[in-house]
Ligand binder design. Structure first.
Ligand code: PLP
Length: 357
């Protein structure tokens, strides 16, 4: 099996580590380590009997629940088979524009989706840490152009100020904002554009339940956009792209206030401690992050570091070879429980000592 393009490939990792997949400590996929919540698990267990029926293709219950959660009419919401499915439809719309701008380094799936519809991709090369959007975009001629943004940005963790993104809505014909990691910020610090959706028909927001609720295998996300656009997408696609268990799980997840509060309370101190610990290792320079992951600059080869961590400690970190702009001198890690983060730090110190000796 070749080197994976995404995080979380445990079969590849276990093969190198020489252990079963469940023994690999996965820092490569940026997933909440405290999920799946018991409320979501209960909903899935109770929902099993619904597998005998097709889901309702208009997903009215889920759309109503998400509408209530965001204070929006359900007409503005379309659930999908992970936000990746909805990204595909958003890319179809972007491909009709003269060009689509991407802030790089960009999540690899953006290229997959845009290339599927032969979109004209323009990469906005950026220096790290990323600057504000105004500086990155400069004075572009943006008349019939699209912008595909990620807020907070993967892989850097940079959070753009809401107003900066609003400014883009006045410059670009279509702006797609992937907010897959926005829910990791406590409500008061989120920079989401959701409550502006009715004012901007040229805005598409993508949300995911994968990361925060730890449901990557279930495949559930949703798009928030003008109802005309969503109705058009619904006509293109498989009428039952979201399965019945994903529906009940999503309804339970967004209502689980206890799990949400717990996650917000865990993340900030855990991320601060991990950043500080990495900063104390001279070979590493962690970038500031608002999300549940950290991008780290490394003065030693990450390919080697990754292999040694797997072989000696069964820890998987995300190399950044699939990001052309980053290469072998960056790695990305998820923030996990305080104990796991400490284990990562001592393992990194151990491996660095060995590499340098
Ligand atoms: C920035 C970003 N957006 C979207 C996704 C896809 O999420 P989903 O599982 O909802 O398809 C990922 C997954 O890694 C991601 O990193």
């Amino acid at each position: 099996m070749g080197r994976p393009q995404h995080g979380g490939n445990l079969i590849w990792a276990a093969n190198i580590a020489g252990c079963p997949t469940f023994s690999v400590l996965d820092f490569s996929a940026s997933i909440n380590p405290y999920g799946i919540s018991h409320k979501v698990l209960n909903a899935i267990t109770e929902g099993i009997s619904q597998l005998k029926h097709y889901p309702s293709p208009d997903y009215a219950d889920l759309r109503a629940c998400l509408g209530e959660y965001h204070g929006l009419s359900p007409d503005y919401i379309l659930p999908g088979n992970g936000s990746a499915e909805l990204l595909t439809w958003a890319a179809r719309d972007l491909a009709q524009k003269d060009a689509t701008y991407l802030v790089t380094p960009a999540f690899g799936d953006y290229y997959r989706a845009l290339m599927a519809f032969k979109a004209n991709i323009v990469r906005l090369a950026s220096v790290l840490p990323l600057e504000d959007l105004g500086s990155i975009l400069g004075n572009l001629l943006t008349s019939d152009r699209g912008l595909l943004l990620n807020n907070p940005h993967n892989p850097t963790g940079k959070l753009w100020d809401r107003q900066e993104v609003v400014d883009c809505l006045h410059k670009f014909a279509l702006v797609v904002v992937d907010e897959a990691f926005m829910d990791f910020l406590p409500e008061a610090r989120q920079q989401s554009l959701i409550n502006l959706i009715a004012d901007y028909p040229n805005l598409i927001i993508l949300r995911s339940l994968t990361k925060f609720y730890s449901l990557p295998g279930l495949r559930i996300g949703y798009a928030i956009a003008h109802p005309d656009r969503l109705q058009r997408w619904q006509k293109y696609r498989d009428p039952w792209s979201v399965n019945s268990l994903a529906v009940v799980a999503a309804i339970a997840a967004v209502q689980d206030k206890e799990f949400q509060k717990f996650t917000w309370n865990w993340l900030t101190p855990a991320r601060n401690n991990l950043t500080e610990g990495l900063g104390n290792i001279p070979e590493f320079e962690p970038l500031p992050s608002a999300a549940n992951f950290l991008l780290v600059k490394s003065s030693v080869s990450v390919t080697n570091l990754q292999l040694q961590l797997l072989k000696k400690h069964q820890i998987l970190i995300r190399d950044c070879l699939s990001f052309a702009e980053l290469g072998d001198n960056y790695f990305r890690i998820a923030v996990r429980t305080p104990e796991e983060n400490n284990y990562l730090l001592t393992s990194l110190e151990d491996v660095i000592k060995e590499i340098s000796s």
